[in-house]
Design a protein around this ligand. Sequence first.
Ligand code: FES
Length: 176
Amino acid sequence: MSECPKSRHANKSKNDMVNLVDNVEQKEDLKFNRRAFLKSAVGASMALGLSTVPFSVRAMMGLTDDEEDRVEIIDLDQLPVGESHKFYYPTEKDQALLVHTVDGDLVAYNSECTHLMCPVFYQKEENKLLCPCHKGSYDVNSGQPIAGPPQRELPLIEIEVVNGKVYAVGRQFRHG
Ligand code: FES
């Protein structure tokens, strides 16, 4: 049985309407999805930005994240005046030296010479840190270079003494 042309036309118009409505809905969906995507992308980048703020502040202060760790170095009574003690801080690869100076102060530095990384040692007769490789030397009270090739100071390790134990609690890079 053949379809009457009038009803064929009516069907075509109906299909066009359905397609039109579908298209409009698809465009709305697309707009909504784009908006949702933009919202979540902006949210994610703001969250990421905010989460890095504490690290930026610490970096501005010359501190890094792994330096938050508190590490026990030695019992103070095992380190008489004029003696030094080797340790590692903040990682097992970072050599450091705790010095009980002849003046009775406690100071600690990473002990790789800032010239070519030889280990420095405490020379109590002269109350300074010496590097044997090229005769560099550092002020024991500040870690600043005072003679020889080194141009930069040694990184300072912050220490605390609690109940007779000496702890490393942070590190400062003081040059720019
Ligand atoms: S490595 Fe220390 S002075 Fe050269």
